[in-house]
Design a binder for this molecule. Structure first.
Ligand SMILES: [Fe+2]
Length: 182
């Protein structure tokens, strides 16, 4: 049986959680499912941002300037996605990811900790990661459609287009070269 101190602590935690429940006409089952999809996307986008930025820092070779600048643009685009994703979760009265540790436990896009990666391998890996992100975005949009959440769906439409644009640029920049990027 719980002590009265534990009961009090539970009660106060429930009150604090309730204070984060932004009012919405969407049912709790809907906001829970949409938030789960968005938090998965948020973890993936942070991971892909980090990898893109790391490749921006570490790319080398004859196409350095082109690749370095393209990857910086793409990283900025990914970072710009994170705040609207998290705020969408809060608008639905749900809780976002709160730490790097939680991101690492949630992300589906894999890290690359290699000290050296060939430029062509960098582009190919990011191309595939962005392609996978587009698939996750499309799947999340389906969750929004099922729950009549036009607000989140509208944002996701733009992110799908941006993600496909990144995939396109990575594909075109990486084709036809040898492993050094010539
Ligand atoms: Fe930079």
């Amino acid at each position: 049986m719980k002590s009265s101190t534990m009961k009090k602590a539970d009660h106060s935690l429930r009150l604090r959680e309730a204070s984060l429940t932004t009012p919405t006409d969407l049912p709790a089952t809907a906001t829970r499912d949409i938030a789960a999809a968005l938090n998965g996307l948020l973890a993936d986008v942070f991971s892909l941002f980090m990898k893109t930025k790391s490749f921006h820092w570490h790319v080398s070779g004859p196409h350095f300037r082109d690749y370095h600048l393209m990857l910086d643009e793409q990283a900025a685009e990914l970072l710009a996605m994170t705040d609207p994703i998290a705020e969408r979760v809060r608008k639905l009265g749900q809780i976002t990811v709160r730490s790097i540790g939680q991101i690492s436990r949630t992300q589906r896009i894999l890290d690359n900790d290699a000290v050296y990666v060939e430029p062509s391998d960098m582009l190919a890996e990011l191309r595939d990661d962005n392609k996978a992100l587009a698939a996750s975005l499309r799947e999340s949009r389906g969750v929004c459609d099922d729950n009549h959440d036009a607000g989140t769906a509208g944002l996701i439409d733009t992110w799908i287009d941006e993600t496909e644009r990144r995939t396109w640029f990575l594909f075109e920049s990486g084709r036809g070269g040898d492993s050094s990027g010539h």
